[in-house]
Design a protein. Sequence first.
Length: 216
Amino acid sequence: MQLPLDLGHRPALGRADFLVAPSNAEAIAWIDRWPHWPASALALHGAAGSGKTHLAQVFASRTGAARIDPAQLKTERIPALLGDASAAIVDEADRAAAKPLLHLYNLVAERRGHLLVVARRPPARWRIRLADLRSRLRAAPAVAVAPPDDALIAAVLVKLFADRQLAISEEVVVYLSLHLERSFAAAQSAVAVLDTAALAEQRRITVPLVKRVLGF
């Protein structure tokens, strides 16, 4: 297995880079199309750990979008939650109450802005009883973010270790990419645990260390 070090990079928040791969290329292309979306909303959907939240951060950094917790989404609070922004993001949007979400959609549309809704399933599979909201969200483009494959996980691991100024062999990266859960959160957690263990033992990170510390 060769390490895919030639993947594209996308600035995100802070020092982070967004790695562009087949699993997320369509979604990032839609983010790139902003503000020339065909509707006032875009739906990102995919499994936990697929990178939806990171993509939402990319969108927020480009647009200044207000990030709204679905639990805090109340009709009377929407003007304050949105502030002066013309864009908004609602993660786990399928948990939001229908009337406030419709009100948010309409207010963003009045400002000629855009709403990014993020969930595990596309709006067509949500149980939306409010007809106006259902029609609006189902008319919006819905794009899937697939779980990262071995190549993307390997590239993410290389970056995470490099961020910590750790020199890691290809053997370690390949071993981890083949055994880790396919999620960015799992990669981040594994790198942090291995860094701590290696520092405590004053030794390099090797496959035997990985096996002992992570248990696989």
